[in-house]
Design a protein around this ligand. Structure first.
Ligand code: COI
Length: 356
């Protein structure tokens, strides 16, 4: 890895340092572009072994064999989580152990070694603290933390890598879509599928994401924000958007596709379901027919990067359907509650927040 000589050896239990100054960033104009920060966390382990202590290195390029399993066969997973800065200067992580658990189960499916939950959460804490000056001021966004687990060892024949690298880098972010917080305009994709039954749709593997680019780019060219996929078996039920889960609301009933193997089990999805039930809504996780889009009052998307994002319109087979957005919507209520908890503005009664 780059800059090995200046890397910092830190025990996994000790936060690296605190730097209360802010980086020189235009905090009012953050989108979701990569803004390199000071440090990245790196940890390696051999196949059949356990991860030991990692280290914080200056952020930079990594050295990989051209025959690394991740480059040749896509043996890799990623995660996404955010650190928020509270008014009192503390950093807050949201349910990071959920990302750790998802990475562990994804690693099993992809035949990889994985860090333990404690190692994962400690690594996130270290990365957030080391890059503290890149965490936006309260109300201006968050520090997106991107854990990667890759088959970094060399292979030629198709086989699991002999070495794995767990890495976390960071970037300050705010709105994911160029629409900002304005409602999304989705297109129901019928020519491409995102995932197939008994495939890896529920796994946060890197190999699920490049295949959605073609449909996404085509939709964007035609003025849409993104595409909404249907199930590959029947083409009758909703799946998810390229980078987030989908919910529909009718009256006080909220529905979202159940996690049946093709749906990514989003941590925001799971949290929104729990918050909605707390707020007295009925929430159903089930097959949601595309035809139900005709009747829905509201549609919204959830994801770590996306947050809780309102959908203003969906086009399906040349019919454009429009939905309620803005003040008084369920989407806004859940968005405010979730973001309030994540940013420390609303008391966390669920044990979701880790203060660092
Ligand atoms: C996230 O929401 O954090 C994701 O991992 C989705 C990604 C395509 C930005």
């Amino acid at each position: 890895y780059a800059s090995q000589t200046s890397s910092l050896e830190v025990p996994d239990s000790a936060p690296y340092r605190e730097n209360d100054e802010y980086a020189d960033v235009d905090w009012d104009n953050l989108g979701f572009g990569l803004m390199p920060t000071d440090y990245m966390y790196v940890n390696k382990c051999g196949a059949g072994q356990h991860f030991g202590h990692g280290q914080l290195n200056p952020y930079g390029n990594i050295h990989l064999s051209p025959s690394a399993a991740v480059l040749n066969y896509g043996q890799g997973l990623f995660e996404g989580t955010k650190a928020y800065r509270k008014e009192n200067g503390q950093l807050l992580l949201f349910r990071p152990e959920q990302n750790a658990i998802r990475m562990k189960s994804g690693a099993q499916r992809m035949c990889m070694e994985a860090p333990s939950v404690d190692q994962f959460v400690n690594a996130l804490k270290q990365t957030a603290l080391a890059n503290k000056r890149w965490v936006p001021p309260p109300g201006k966004g968050s520090l997106y933390l991107r854990p990667l687990l890759i088959g970094s060892g060399a292979v030629l024949g198709l086989a699991p890598a002999p070495e794995y690298t767990f890495l976390i880098y960071a970037s300050p972010v705010r709105n994911y879509f160029k629409e900002g917080s304005a409602p999304l305009n989705l297109y129901v994709e019928e020519n491409f599928d995102r995932a197939s039954r008994r495939g890896t749709g529920s796994v946060k593997t890197i190999s699920n994401y490049a295949p959605v680019l073609m449909a996404q780019l085509r939709a964007k060219k035609n003025g849409f924000s993104d595409v909404l996929y249907l199930d590959s078996a029947t083409k009758k039920n909703l799946e998810e958007v390229s980078s987030c889960n989908i919910f529909i609301a009718k009256g006080r009933c909220i529905s979202t596709p159940g996690t049946n193997g093709t749906i990514l089990a989003g941590i925001t999805r799971k949290s929104v379901i729990e918050l909605a039930r707390d707020h007295g809504y009925e929430v159903e996780e089930r097959a949601v027919a595309v035809d139900e889009l005709m009747e829905a009052d509201e549609v919204f998307c959830t994801g770590t990067a996306v947050g809780v994002a309102p959908v203003g319109a969906i086009t399906y087979q040349n019919t454009r359907m429009e939905y309620k957005t803005g003040s008084g919507t369920i989407c806004q209520e859940l968005y405010n509650t979730l973001l309030g908890i994540q940013t420390g503005v609303i008391e966390d009664k669920k044990g979701w927040i880790i203060e660092i």
